[in-house]
Write a protein that binds this ligand. Structure first.
Ligand code: NAP
Ligand code: HSE
Length: 432
């Protein structure tokens, strides 16, 4: 039987583009056997022609028009990253009748509405499975598999670099800087790793996933974002002692008054399915009105896991089945605004580590501040110490408003029996 042939152009040949090119060149027969489509790599855009690469020199170009204006290219995969020129290249490709695939969550989080509407106008599509969760088919789950559900919550570990760093710090006592350098070496990190450790990359992915989950227009500016760069080893040790592991979480939760959106490190109970997700793995837990909780798990970063998602999207785009969806799918186009709840209104459990003066009356003063802000203590730990006047006092609380905790922390740091600002992390217990 004659299979259809589809010309593919890659914008970018770094970690992800290099992985995609490798599979296209070496496993085209296998892809054809599984999909009935013959993918032919026509051109690959790079910035620097002198870098050594494992693809034929004849395929490499530094001119984007060799792909965007190339009649032999039907599917363009944007794997360059950043807002521009990636955005302009995607829009030009759509105008030229190409179908587009992208792994660029940064761009989609900021300009997804504009790009999806351009795809609808061009009767084309922009497939973006690789933008969130690496190899995990989470976009497919939200747009198809869970379509019958009202989504109540999406809670994810969405950044492989941060999860790798936290796992190495917790399990192997590696310093933060060593673990980050290893993540960069392995190709997990963004070109600018600040995107990862600041929590911004998780925020971009949460904007993409929450927009799909709620059919809402959610932007990075709607999300309260905190990263992992200021975490202290001592808090990771206390977490272990108390039955938790520290993870960078991205959380979108529907509440009566709107949606709460946040990215922050949190102590996750070892009973929670996300607690066992280590290294560059990602996982997303979705709470749906019909299905209940479903959890998706897989490698969240790196060349081949991401190439798997990009190639699935290239085949999907080649089949043309996604294009009709773009004009009419309310999760992709014509999204509605949604009220975003202030971070101060979020109710959760908290972990506090306070450097407390080892003298009579200290606990009374500290618990007095917490009590005045309606914060109820769940547990309190202070190890015996013979060194120093200040000792770590670790407190976990029952549910309390973030706003109340913020006020209490400001007051605590002013007490003469407390040294410096207390460490603060939110707690996620298992919810079933
Ligand atoms: P990367 O390794 O930095 O590769 C970027 C590629 O784009 C390089 O080939 C670079 O050319 C090319 N490029 C950059 N600017 C260019 C310009 N102005 N003109 C022409 N070529 C240009 O990045 P990556 O890690 O593969 O990530 C690519 C995209 O995938 C990003 O959106 C990223 O967020 C996303 N993503 C990455 C991963 C991951 O695990 N790395 C996973 C999921 C999604 P040279 O090779 O000549 O420098
Ligand atoms: N830098 C990203 C991460 C790549 O570490 O998760 C995958 O999107």
């Amino acid at each position: 039987m004659q299979h259809i042939k589809i010309g593919v152009g890659l914008l970018g040949c770094g970690t992800v583009g290099g992985g995609v090119a490798d599979v296209l060149l070496r496993q085209a027969d296998h892809l054809e056997k599984r999909s009935g489509i013959r993918l032919e790599l026509k051109k690959v855009l790079v910035r620097d022609m002198t870098k050594p690469r494992s693809i034929p020199a004849s395929l490499i170009t530094t001119r984007p028009e060799d792909i965007i204006d190339n009649r032999d290219v039907q599917v363009v995969a944007e794997l360059v990253g950043g807002l521009e020129p990636a955005g302009e290249w995607i829009l030009r490709s759509l105008k030229n009748g190409k179908r587009v695939v992208t792994a660029n969550k940064y761009l989609l989080a900021h300009r997804g509405g504009e790009i999806f509407s351009a795809a609808a106008d061009a009767r084309s599509c922009v497939c973006f499975e690789a933008s969130c969760g690496g190899a995990i088919p989470i976009v497919l789950a939200l747009t198809r598999g869970l379509l019958a559900n009202e989504i109540n919550a999406v809670v994810g570990i969405l950044n492989g670099t941060c999860n790798y760093i936290l796992s190495q710090m917790t399990q192997n006592n590696k310093p933060y800087a060593t673990a980050l350098a290893e993540a960069q070496q392995a190709g997990f990190a963004e070109a600018d790793p600040h995107m990862d450790v600041s929590g911004l990359d998780s925020g971009h992915k949460l904007a993409v996933l929450a927009s799909l989950a709620f059919g809402a227009d959610i932007r990075p500016a709607d999300i309260d974002i905190q990263g992992i760069a200021n975490l202290q080893d001592v808090d990771l040790s206390y977490a272990k002692e108390l039955g938790y592991v520290c993870k960078l979480l991205a959380i979108a939760q529907r509440q009566d008054a709107g949606v709460s959106l946040r990215v922050h490190p949190a102590l996750v109970s070892v009973a929670h399915p996300l607690a066992g997700v280590n290294g560059s793995y990602n996982a997303v837990s979705v709470d749906g009105s019909v299905a209940g909780r479903t959890v998706y798990f897989g490698r969240g970063a790196g060349a081949m896991p991401t190439a798997s998602a990009v190639l699935a999207d290239i085949l999907e785009a080649a089949m043309g089945s996604t294009a009709p969806l773009f004009a009419s799918h309310p999760l992709l186009n014509n999204r509605r605004p949604m009220n975003v709840i202030s971070p101060t209104e979020v109710n959760t459990r908290h972990y506090l580590r306070i450097a407390a003066l080892d003298k009579p009356g200290t606990i009374h003063e500290i618990t007095g501040v917490l009590g005045r802000h309606q914060i109820s203590i769940s547990a309190m730990t202070q190890h015996e110490s013979k060194v120093g006047a200040y000792v770590p006092l670790v407190i976990t609380t029952h549910e309390a408003l973030d706003g109340s905790i913020g006020k209490a922390l400001a007051e605590l740091s002013q007490l003469s029996c407390v040294s410096g600002a207390p460490a603060h992390l939110r707690i996620l217990d298992d919810y079933e």
